[in-house]
Design a protein around this ligand. Structure first.
Ligand SMILES: Cc1cc2nc3c(=O)[nH]c(=O)nc-3n(C[C@H](O)[C@H](O)[C@H](O)COP(=O)(O)O)c2cc1C
Length: 215
């Protein structure tokens, strides 16, 4: 009997250790070599909706997030352009384990909420719940207060949307180099995601993008 409880306790401990979301995921340095050229990746770009529910490796996650918003120069500037050098768009990575905020300068993921919240990033497209990661692009207006010149609000939002356009194309190409599928998505349950990710009232959810293994 005692042996049974010891085994049961060990099994429970193991299951929580293995499946619990980590509070921080330090992402590995990105491998920038690829057998696929940019022109080949552009030629293959398309939306995929036939995802299979299988986690990405940490190296793949690292590549996708770096392509979305990573730092690519010693002065802190990024893979994607941003008006007035103001990086007002944050990227959230929503996986089967939790919602993470991508900390671009430190190239790591910070846990925001534990659990599978992938369904909150859609208004009902079922493929989203199978995609390994759903990126959600969120504009945070407070960043503009430190800009060299503060544009009117509608220009701030236009600038953010233009950066997001670059982000999703960058992710699509990076995904292609890993043989992963992607789908850019504007249909997002904004209220639910805002609640789940504990976003501030003034945050604007701009776009989402599913990335993952496909059939
Ligand atoms: C701003 C934007 C929003 C989109 N929203 C959705 C969406 O909510 N759901 C979806 O399945 N596809 C969405 N798409 C993908 C388009 O349907 C897709 O790009 C289009 O049909 C062309 O197909 P292709 O990407 O394979 O070339 C969106 C694309 C963009 C650029």
């Amino acid at each position: 009997m005692k042996k049974f409880f010891v085994t049961l306790t060990a099994a429970l401990l193991l299951s929580t250790t293995v499946f619990a979301a980590q509070s921080e995921i330090i992402l590995p340095t990105v491998e920038t070599e690829s057998n696929l050229s940019v022109m080949q990746a552009l030629n293959q770009r398309k939306s995929n909706r036939n995802f299979v529910d299988k986690n990405l490796t940490t190296a793949q996650l690292s590549k996708i997030l770096w392509a979305a918003n990573g730092v690519n120069r010693p002065d802190g500037k990024r893979v994607i352009p941003a008006a007035l050098k103001t990086y007002s768009v944050e990227v959230y990575a929503v996986t089967s384990e939790g919602i993470y905020l991508y900390d671009a300068p430190n190239h790591k993921l910070i846990l925001v909420a534990e659990g599978d919240f992938r369904s909150t990033t859609t208004t009902g497209q079922s493929f989203v719940e199978k995609a390994a990661v759903n990126l959600v692009f969120v504009e945070t207006p407070e960043v503009w207060s430190t800009a060299r010149k503060i544009p009117p609000r509608e220009v701030q939002l236009a600038n953010a949307n233009i950066s997001v356009g670059a982000m999703v194309q960058s992710v699509a190409l990076a995904a292609q180099t890993e043989g992963l599928g992607n789908c850019v998505r504007g249909s997002i349950n904004r209220d639910e995601f805002k609640r789940a990710a504990k976003l501030s009232d003034d945050a604007t959810i701009l776009l989402a993008q599913s990335v993952g293994f496909v059939e």
